[in-house]
Design a protein around this ligand. Structure first.
Ligand code: TEU
Length: 581
């Protein structure tokens, strides 16, 4: 049966991170009632859908990506009834709503795992991966040398049953055994169909390419000889049975509903591989979250959050790569984003958060994202130009993410052992630039205490609020300012709809791949009759405006500039302009 598909021509989704969006009950943690009360605000932006990061029952070791019951709500966030009200409230406003599907792993407090770990003969023992130790010179070692995403071995020793269990992420996030058909059935029923039946319009699917494991768990090559565990992202992803699992999940669940699926595909650089999951022929996923642009400033290396130099040329090349997915001949669907709950703020990373450049940078980032073809995700706070936490925040005191805490502990330890002050300084700088915490500070609503995040002005929010709410980075101030980043997002989203042919569906072509200061591209309508020219100055210096040769002399109109008085042949610092031909 062919169902109508609301997302096929591209939709804009607003991501809500429930812990940090709006605290209605005054306990210092955001909640579902807070989201419900802000539905009109979300609608006013001009987006089509909401993606809600996990709100399920969870010990929140990894902020809800460790789920202990797929059919219940994290108590401080609200109840099942609140959740239904949120789904219905979104629908009443013409918004679709996507939930987060986290089924590579559960929490160690999930009833399935508690049974699994209870004895070697428990019927759920093989719902997770259990392995005996390997002994080297009589000493007990984990079955292989892979390093977990958040540090340490991927194997955790269980005293009671004397075996190791597998966890790619935290110790508290054991990996489910997708090889077992009973497990797959339970996942489909509990985590997927349960919510589709309640009206959810689809899922953003967490770490979707980790379901199928390389069951022999070979050792990874040693790239960091001074530590016992080695980065193994390549081995975590795209295992032999992945395509089969994804097709089965779609057949058994998604295909029966008119829903949209966005799957995270880390460590998947080849177009062919990506298309094997998301082309319409693949019948697996609808589109993907890629990581290449986001990893640019902290890729690889021994410590996860260590920053590295990046170039605008690479940024452009990777954007162009991802935009190929919007090309009809690939029979796929493109999805772009530049922020989410795992990413520090884009203004700080890719433009400038200096007070004199912030607003321009926020509009530059908006112009970049909102002129890309396909679907988009905008992350809460991005629309008001939120920036990274200030450098004077104490890491141990203010940063909460398990990834940051573990990484910082490791760096401090290694720096001490090696008497290496440079390592410590680089580690700190990396965290200040790229830690996930920067995206997780409370949303800045107005100028009242705690930026209006909590109903209770006396409460200490679960994460510190950034003082930048007093410097104009808050919703209320920006509502009243026609030139604010917030109103710019609104205008540009409207323009994107008016110019769908070019901005949503057009063919993307880079004009100046080698230029290290500006990013220039054209968007061509599918019938070839119209073109948009997007010009972005990613530098703090003026740059010449260069119209590509084939467009020179053709009649054109400037759709907008992010600057009030755009000078003809010169781009101001961080200015963005869009023309149509
Ligand atoms: O993240 C997927 C992922 O691959 C991470 O390794 C990501 O690169 C990392 O967060 C960077 O520090 C997803 C979720 O988005 C993330 O919040 C979860 O922590 C993770 O899965 C485990 O569920």
């Amino acid at each position: 049966k062919v169902l109508p598909s609301w997302w096929k021509e591209g939709v804009v989704t607003y991501q809500v991170y429930p812990a940090s969006f709006k605290d209605d009950n005054g306990d210092g943690l955001g909640d579902l009632r807070g989201v419900i009360n802000k539905l009109d605000y979300i609608k006013s932006l001009g987006v089509d859908a909401i993606w809600l990061s996990p709100h399920y029952k969870s010990p929140r070791v990894d902020e809800g990506y460790d789920i202990s019951d797929y059919n219940d709500i994290h108590e401080p966030f609200g109840t099942l009834a609140d959740c239904q009200e949120l789904i219905d409230g979104a629908h009443a406003r013409g918004l679709k709503i996507l939930f987060d599907l986290v089924v590579n792993h559960t929490s160690d407090k999930h009833a399935w795992f508690e049974e699994s770990r209870s004895s070697k003969t428990n019927p759920k023992r093989n719902w997770y991966f259990w392995r005996p130790p390997r002994y080297i010179d009589g000493v007990r070692h984990p079955p292989n040398n892979w390093r977990s995403v958040f540090g340490g071995s991927i194997w955790e020793w269980d005293e009671k049953t004397e075996e190791y269990y597998l966890h790619y992420f935290c110790v508290e996030q054991p990996d489910l055994n997708w090889e077992n058909p009973e497990v797959r059935r339970a996942i489909y029923e509990d985590a997927v169909v349960f919510w589709l039946e309640r009206g959810v319009d689809g899922f953003r699917i967490d770490t979707v390419n980790m379901y199928s494991k390389y069951l022999d768990f070979p050792d990874a090559p040693v790239v960091a000889p001074e530590t016992p565990y080695q980065p193994a992202g390549q081995f975590f992803t795209n295992g032999p049975r992945l395509g089969e699992f994804l097709r089965e999940m779609r057949r058994e669940t998604f295909a029966k509903y008119d829903c949209f699926t966005i799957g995270e595909l880390p460590h998947t650089p080849s177009l062919e591989k990506i298309l094997s999951y998301i082309s319409t022929d693949a019948e697996a996923l609808d589109c993907t979250i890629l990581f290449d642009v986001m990893d640019l400033d902290h890729k690889g290396g021994q410590y996860p959050l260590m920053a590295c130099d990046w170039t605008l040329q690479e940024f452009k090349r990777l954007t162009a790569f991802a935009q190929q997915l919007a090309d009809p001949q690939n029979k796929a669907h493109a999805l772009s984003y530049i922020e989410n709950h795992d990413q520090a703020r884009a203004i700080t990373r890719f433009a400038s958060d200096a007070p004199e450049h912030r607003v321009a940078s926020g509009k530059l980032i908006a112009t970049y994202l909102l002129t890309l073809s396909g679907s988009l995700i905008i992350y809460e706070g991005q629309e008001i130009g939120m920036i990274n936490a200030p450098k004077d925040w104490d890491i141990t005191e203010e940063y909460k993410d398990v990834n940051t805490i573990n990484t910082w502990r490791e760096i401090q330890h290694d720096a001490k052992v090696q008497n290496n002050a440079d390592l410590l300084a680089r580690g700190k700088a990396g965290i200040q630039l790229t830690a996930r915490d920067h995206a997780r500070t409370p949303m800045q609503w107005d100028r009242s205490p705690n930026a209006g995040f909590s109903k209770n002005s006396k409460v200490k929010p679960w994460m510190r609020v950034m003082d930048s709410y007093l410097e104009g980075i808050n919703v209320a101030d920006q509502e009243n300012d026609p030139e604010s980043v917030l109103n710019f997002y609104r205008r540009l989203l409207k323009l994107r709809n008016e110019q769908r042919e070019l901005l949503v569906l057009g063919k993307f072509d880079l004009v100046d791949p080698q230029n290290s200061k500006t990013m220039v591209y054209t968007k061509t309508s599918r019938d070839g009759s119209k073109k948009a020219l997007v010009v972005l100055n990613f530098s703090s210096e003026k740059q010449p405006l260069e119209i590509p040769a084939d467009l020179q002399g053709k009649p054109s109109k400037m759709l907008f500039s992010t600057l009030e008085n755009a000078a003809d042949a010169e781009l101001a610092a961080y200015e963005a302009r869009v023309f149509v031909f």
